[in-house]
Design a protein around this ligand. Structure first.
Ligand SMILES: Cc1ncc(C[n+]2csc(CCOP(=O)(O)OP(=O)(O)O)c2C)c(N)n1
Length: 656
């Protein structure tokens, strides 16, 4: 059965003239034992909520997964798709893509991410099991990780968190082949992985990864472990390839016709390319059938839940928001703000909104990378998740931004949870690879990022984001929200929660900002991405002032300065570029207006703003790094003031 995987991997890579045969050939025995005897799944329902998860963290070994899906009988994964490995539009892209190929749990390729996703999946399983009971939530998460996965820094964050939370149903199968692209691992690494995982609170064993009995025994032991398990499986990369096996030559290139022929002979595999002997295929298909009765029994157990519990479980599994409750919570927050306006930091406004939102949406699971008090992501009635109580809805991620962002992807992929996190905006760089993957996969994760400009003050330039808004706005399918006041903050929260098909960043201030939206307005004005906050009055505006976040108040002051000089100006708040750019052209044109002069103000770099103000527009913002000092002095020092905005407008008017 394992040789069927090896043959398909060799043949598909050869046909595609590119790809990675080494990992599938080396890990074939591990995968065969896991999928034919341990993994709980049903090819007839790849999205069955209580399936065990299998994460191929070493995504370059994608042919391992595609071969398994075909052999086990996943309907969409035909032999034709295997033959079209790596071709445009096939279900067999170079690296596994979640949402594209049924049976692929997460998109992998950037090493280390899959392992950290799996930690999030295992957290989600424990949390939901605590809420809904082991009768309906009881599955394991298996990871196949390579040397590369374990060399990446993110793996340390992931395994430390998993060990701390005692995620006993998480099992990492380490493809311990001692080879990476440059050659023997010894060129670059000498870590004892067993000791490393043990130090992080895991059980860890070392086995022969080509011995099915040893693999099965280790998997059995992992099942009863009270901690997460590492099984370091000593394997030979490209197992079966007579000259290239065991070397880096098997890692990432077609083996060539001669080597493939010799491998077939060595493995005793006489079937032609892409053909699986019927008896072997039948064995695989029988393995694929194992899970059906298990799933049907589960369906019955779900049906036996009280109707209230069942409908809540199913709602959460579908990722469907409790629409009325969400709308009610947002309305209640807005009504309070209309009655008693708040001059507070938007991070505090976020906490104010979260009190209502987390009460209405039990699927929200929050957290922070050790900045809970600064990020304001923990509401009063949230308890911490721990190894002794997985029902807690707040995760102390520790100082692990990258692991946090990737674990959130895993939680969102698992389903039943809307994860949100907290850190400083400047550390979005530490989360970026995971944010990019959330955007690529279209997963709803929400990243609260506070201290969003020089306005954070005394911590200085290491902590003051400058290019971060632009850098985040550059990621496709990511919404970057920068609300200007408490009302916009709750509106942006609502939009992020409703953003089912992608992640959101909420960039929030440390410093207080005035409430600029007065009175109760049912509409979510931020949904337009940008909108006219203050009109010019009766006159046609000579100046349009655009701003986001804390700088909207500066634009409002600048309007007053201009008015004193008999120049009419309008103020446009721009809480979300992406939503604005997605609006129909006519709407965008109306918001941009046709004043003689456009000026934008944002305490970040100009990049991106030209799409709104045009290259002739004036920009007031940052051109270099910040400095350490009180916030108000920094705004003066870097010239991000109402006076400078008014001056910029006047200078442009004089020229026009
Ligand atoms: C973050 C990241 N860096 C680099 C790469 C490119 N890359 C792909 S596989 C690999 C290492 C291969 O070694 P190993 O992980 O042991 O896989 P094996 O050779 O055993 O298949 C590298 C550097 C990547 N995919 N992701």
């Amino acid at each position: 059965m394992a040789n069927a995987i090896r043959a398909l991997a060799m043949d598909a890579v050869e046909q595609a003239k590119s790809g990675h045969p080494g990992l599938p050939m080396g890990a074939a025995d591990i995968a065969t034992v896991l999928f034919s005897r341990f993994l709980k799944f049903d090819p007839a329902d790849p999205a069955w909520p209580d399936r065990d998860r299998f994460v191929l963290s070493a995504g370059h070994g994608s042919m391992l997964l595609y071969a398994l899906l075909y052999l086990l009988g996943y309907e969409k994964m035909t032999i034709g798709e295997i033959k079209r490995f790596r071709q445009l539009g096939s279900l067999t892209p170079g690296h596994p893509e979640h949402g594209h190929t049924p049976g692929v749990e997460t998109t992998t390729g950037p090493l280390g991410q899959g392992l950290a996703n799996a930690v999030g999946m295992a957290i989600a399983e424990r949390h939901l099991a605590a809420l809904f009971g082991g009768d309906v939530v009881d599955h394991a998460t298996y990871v196949l990780a390579s040397d590369g996965d374990l060399m990446e820094g993110i793996s340390q964050e992931a395994i430390a968190l998993a060990g701390h939370l005692k995620l006993k149903k998480l099992v990492v199968l380490f493809d311990d082949n001692g080879i990476s692209i440059d050659g023997p691992l010894a060129l670059a690494d000498s870590v004892d992985q067993v000791k490393r995982f043990e130090a992080a609170g895991w059980t860890a064993t070392r086995i022969d990864g080509h011995d099915p009995a040893a693999i099965a025994a280790a998997l059995e032991a992992a099942k009863i472990s009270d901690r997460p398990s590492l099984i370091a499986c000593r394997t030979t990369i490209g197992f079966g390839a007579p000259t290239k096996g065991g070397t880096e030559k098997a890692h990432g290139a077609p083996l060539g016709a001669n080597e493939i022929a010799a491998a077939r002979a060595k493995l005793g595999w006489s079937a032609p390319a892409f053909e699986i002997p019927p008896d072997i295929l039948a064995q695989w298909r029988a393995a694929g059938e194992r899970g059906r009765p298990v799933r049907l029994a589960w369906v019955e157990r779900v049906a036996a839940l009280s109707s209230e519990k069942r409908s809540e479980f199913e709602r959460r599994t579908r990722g469907e928001l409790p629409g009325k409750k969400l709308a009610g919570a947002v309305r209640a927050v807005k009504e309070k703000l209309a009655q008693a306006p708040k001059e507070i930091a938007t991070r505090a406004a976020s906490e104010f909104a979260l009190e209502a939102l987390t009460a209405a949406l039990p699927e929200m699971v929050g957290g922070s990378a050790d900045l809970t008090g600064s990020n304001n992501t923990r509401t009063k009635n949230m308890t911490a998740m721990s190894a002794s109580d997985y029902s807690g809805r707040f995760i102390h991620y520790g100082v692990r931004e990258h692991g946090m962002a990737a674990a959130m992807n895993g939680m969102a992929l698992h389903g039943g949870i809307i994860p949100y996190s907290g850190t400083f905006l400047v550390f979005s760089d530490y989360c970026r690879p995971a944010i990019r993957l959330a955007a690529l996969m279209g997963e709803r994760v929400i990243l609260v990022m506070t201290h969003d400009s020089i306005g954070l003050g005394e911590d200085g330039p290491t902590h003051q984001p400058v290019e971060h808004l632009a850098a985040l706005r550059a990621i496709p399918n990511l919404k970057v929200f920068r609300p200007c006041d408490a009302v916009e903050t709750v509106e942006c929260w609502q939009l992020a929660l409703e953003s089912e098909g992608g992640p959101s960043v909420l960039a929030l201030t440390r410093q207080n900002v005035p409430q600029l939206r007065h009175g109760f307005d049912e509409r979510n004005r931020c949904a337009a991405g940008a909108y006219e906050l203050i009109t010019a009055g009766d006159d046609a505006a000579a100046v349009s002032l655009f701003a986001s976040g804390s700088e909207v108040a500066i634009a409002v002051e600048a309007k007053k300065l201009l008015a004193a000089r008999k120049i009419s100006a309008r103020v446009v708040s721009v809480p979300c570029f992406e939503l604005f750019f997605a609006a129909p052209e006519a709407k965008r044109a109306a918001v941009i207006g046709h004043a003689k002069v456009n000026v934008a103000v944002e305490a970040g770099i100009r990049q991106g703003w030209d799409a709104i103000i045009g290259s002739a527009g004036a920009f007031v913002g940052m051109t270099g790094f910040g400095a350490s000092g009180p916030s108000k002095e920094l705004y003066q020092r870097f010239g991000i003031t109402a006076e400078k905005v008014a001056e910029a407008a006047l200078a442009r008017l004089r020229k026009s």
